[in-house]
Design a protein around this ligand. Structure first.
Ligand SMILES: Cc1cc2nc3c(=O)[nH]c(=O)nc-3n(C[C@H](O)[C@H](O)[C@H](O)COP(=O)(O)OP(=O)(O)OC[C@H]3O[C@@H](n4cnc5c(N)ncnc54)[C@H](O)[C@@H]3O)c2cc1C
Length: 545
């Protein structure tokens, strides 16, 4: 592989690899890493972007390095990403957790007493817990209540009924509203009414809290990338079509080939055992399919370059599948998969980073929760910023705002100056300080607009279920006689307990690699996983416990 990620002429000579991995986010890298660790290097990773990492990406903002996607390792106990980070010295075990001081402020610039904030937060956590319990309990929710948002609202109303003072009632109501907005950023949706009540408990939280790495989450990519042979990692290779039941067989017509061990020649043609038209004949780009073996899959990239193989591990995010599944796979994916893709949610969560010349927030405050009044005008172009639920400090001069859903998608269309104006207005109003300066720069993520992501992470929408995730994860076989699948799926959207997380993506990539590495007599092979965490038994332990 040349330094710039382009193929060298030698590599271009044979576009056949036993395994083709689509996408070099955490799932794709994990698959490639585990294959390599087990001495299997007959694979290629085709990545659309000019970089690896997918939704793990870091950029400099002033003197800081900021994560635009994943930031926290969610949980320690049984988290393979945490173990990987530990193994490579990426965790600062001596670090003392920073004091987190949150204040909540109203539009009138009044700060809520901390005791009230704490009371409402604790009540809110109980309401959320009760939603999560439906997943493992036999209880039926109240009639007509399908979503987490509706259920929490019901509990909020019961709670507020006991509050007699109108001002106190109003304040507590605003606090609950703010926490619900925050929850949309955690779940990855527009509104908590979108999240299925019976299924929210399917997400398994690992114990140990949220950990950050001193060098940022992106530091986790290096130990994986380092192991993978660089020639196997092809950046700037957006995949257009995955033909997954080729069953093509090389038929030798001309025996004048120069290789004495082989009959292959320029006139080699492809016999299509399935009688589907071979598009290898249609293209002038890549005339040389594998000359020495059958192949079961053919991948066509946007630039019409073709790759051949026997197995594909597809890690394309759910957001992209929602847009492109119909044209991406030939033959089309089975109906049950397409329906699962439709039913599951892939909402938008964006970050707004504001860089300042000088600090302006009191050093002891780390986050300001914004208690927006309800607003009658639902014109998103006028109100989008009311969805920002908080501003928190990354450093004294770098502030992070969170926004989700339709408003985040609208924000992605705006000029930075408009975002700067609005954020400054918000901070001045809520902190009751007209002298808060304008930021010197602003960086906003655009996860919805990103062609190769199309949103932020997976959630289980009302009407969908964990089974949909299992359907997505299901590998596909050419026919019953095959012992190994031809098309495998990995990525956070395919992990039934850890969807939406990096560790979910990592584990699905590892599982896909294991399926490929398993011999037809599985007991003869032991797969080197490095991180031996057996999460499945651990999760069972939790469920049973
Ligand atoms: C704002 C935000 C904050 C987050 N915070 C956290 C967090 O704190 N902790 C956490 O655990 N998780 C977090 N996540 C989620 C986490 O980042 C993802 O779950 C995880 O990185 C997904 O990995 P993946 O491999 O499944 O998908 P991706 O990282 O999206 O990788 C898929 C890869 O496929 C490539 N691709 C797409 N289409 C094609 C194509 N046609 N051809 C070739 N390649 C293609 C993409 O370019 C990408 O590199 C966050 C995500 C976002 C957006």
């Amino acid at each position: 592989m040349a330094q710039n990620g382009q193929e060298t002429p030698q590599q271009n000579q044979s576009n056949y690899s036993k395994v083709l991995i689509v996408g070099a986010g955490m799932a794709g890298l994990s698959a490639a890493y585990h294959l390599t660790k087990n001495n299997f290097t007959d694979f290629k990773v085709l990545e659309a972007r000019g970089r690896v990492g997918g939704r793990i990406v870091q950029i400099p903002v002033g003197p800081e390095r900021v994560e635009l996607g994943a930031n926290w390792i969610h949980g320690v106990l049984g988290n393979p990403v945490y173990e990987l980070a530990m193994q490579h010295g990426l965790v600062d075990i001596m670090a003392v957790p920073k004091q987190h001081k949150v204040v909540a402020a109203t539009e009138q610039g009044k700060q809520v007493p901390f005791a009230v904030l704490q009371e409402i937060y604790e009540a809110y956590l109980c309401f959320l817990k009760r939603c999560e319990e439906y997943f493992i309990s036999q209880y039926e929710p109240p009639d007509g209540i399908d979503s987490v948002g509706e259920h929490i609202k019901l509990e909020i109303n019961l709670y507020l009924d006991k509050v007699k003072d109108p001002a106190e009632y109003r304040l507590k109501e605003l606090l609950f509203d703010c926490l619900l907005k925050r929850e949309t950023c955690i779940s990855g949706c527009d509104n908590m009414n979108e999240i299925d009540l019976l299924e929210i408990g399917s997400y398994t939280e690992l114990q140990g809290g949220n950990i950050t790495l001193p060098k940022g989450y992106s530091a986790i990519l290096e130990p994986l990338e380092r192991v993978i042979p660089q020639g196997n990692l092809l950046r700037k290779h957006p995949v257009k079509v995955i033909k997954w039941n080729c069953r093509k067989k090389v038929q030798k017509l001309d025996k004048s080939g120069s290789d004495s061990d082989s009959d292959d020649s320029d006139r080699t043609v492809i016999e299509d055992l399935n009688n589907t038209p071979s598009s290898s004949r249609e293209s002038s780009e890549e005339k040389t399919p594998p000359a020495s073996s059958d192949y079961k899959v053919e991948i066509v990239c946007e630039n019409n370059q073709r790759f051949y193989g026997d197995h594909v591990i597809c890690t394309i995010p759910l957001g992209v599948l929602k847009h492109k599944a119909n044209s991406l796979f030939k033959p089309p994916l089975p109906e049950y998969k397409l329906e699962a893709i439709d039913r599951l949610l892939f909402g938008t969560v964006d970050k707004i980073l504001l860089e300042y010349e000088r600090p302006f927030l009191h050093p002891s405050i780390t986050e300001v929760l914004l208690l927006w009044e309800e607003h009658p005008n639902d014109d998103i172009s006028k109100n989008w910023y009311r969805k920002i639920y908080s501003f928190s400090k990354i450093s004294e001069t770098l502030i992070l705002g969170w926004i989700s859903g339709k408003e985040a998608e609208y924000m992605e269309t705006l000029d930075n100056n408009i975002i700067i104006e609005n954020c400054t207005m918000i901070l001045r109003k809520f902190l009751n300080d007209p002298f808060i300066p304008k930021p010197k720069s602003c960086v906003c993520t655009s996860w919805h607009k990103q062609e190769y992501t199309r949103g932020s992470y997976t959630a289980i929408a009302v009407g969908a279920s964990q089974i949909d995730i299992e359907c997505l994860a299901q590998p596909l076989y050419l026919d019953e006689s095959e012992t190994k699948p031809v098309l495998l799926f990995a990525g956070e959207h395919t992990h039934s307990n850890f969807y939406s997380t990096v560790h979910g993506a990592y584990l699905t990539g590892r599982t896909a690699a294991q399926i490929i590495l398993n011999s037809d007599c599985p007991q003869e092979i032991s797969v080197d996983c490095d991180d031996e965490t057996d999460l499945s038994s651990w999760i069972q332990g939790i469920n049973l416990g």
